[in-house]
Design a protein around this ligand. Sequence first.
Ligand code: FES
Length: 313
Amino acid sequence: MRKVLVKSIGCEAKDIKTFELVDPEGSALPPFTVGAHIDVNLPGGMMRQYSLCNDPAETDRYLLAVFREAEGRGGSKAFHDEVAVGDLLEISEPQNNFPLDHRFMHYILIAGGIGVAPLLAMAYKLRSLGKTFDFHMCVRSADRLPFKTDLEELVEPGRLHFHITNGDPSRRLDVETLLAEPVSAGMVYCCGPEGLIDAVGEATSAWHSHTVKFELFKPEELDGTDRWFDVKIASTGQLIRVGPRETILAALWKAGIKRAFSCELGICGTCRTPFSEGVPIHRDDNVLSLKEREKEMTICVSRCESSLLTLDI
Ligand code: FES
């Protein structure tokens, strides 16, 4: 982990702030490729991952866009409410699970809300490579539209499309029509919430899989409809109650059991933990194979059907 200074904070749209991070001594930061993210240690001991959304040609700063989830588990709230200009934050080196394949001639970028972050960086890169691209930006209302000016400067006139529903589903991006045919010598990148990813996935199900790439933006919230259960720590016999609005990981940390974690979205596998008793509800994003799920679970998202779950730790 390295320390960075919060140089500026901007208000990008309703509930979306940008945080500009620089080296405290003014040195260059490690380079990043488009689609990369960093882990950020936040006040309260939370760690969250954020995509880098600035031009990767910039070596002196990282720009993050953070959506404040009022009903979330606190990461985005802590970032918005507790981090100020002049603070030092701990971050990881950039890592990339959503890299840009440069080999194609034309690209369609589809962003839902804060899913714009990695795609904005892609737009910078594609422009510098002289590639053509269409940019579709889907938001609920005009005041929730981030990076409007940047996009208008970056994207060729006629290739930038804002889809603002204002509560009217008929104004949604018509994914089926847009993606009715595979893009000739082209690729689709989509980042946004589950509904958008599903729609794009369905519309392109017959395309070559290497021509369509997704990054899911998963909200932090737990909806409270899950039931409580108890976790037993096999090595000590300690019993820990997990409430309907908390994760096993959070309940363990509260009880002083500091298990490693990173994404808290069920996508990285850092928190995988063996269990020996109970019926888990696996909610990881295919991080664990079916075989592995017989003995392990990702405690940041997965839960338990039975009232007792024994973790072999
Ligand atoms: S912390 Fe990434 S899968 Fe749990």
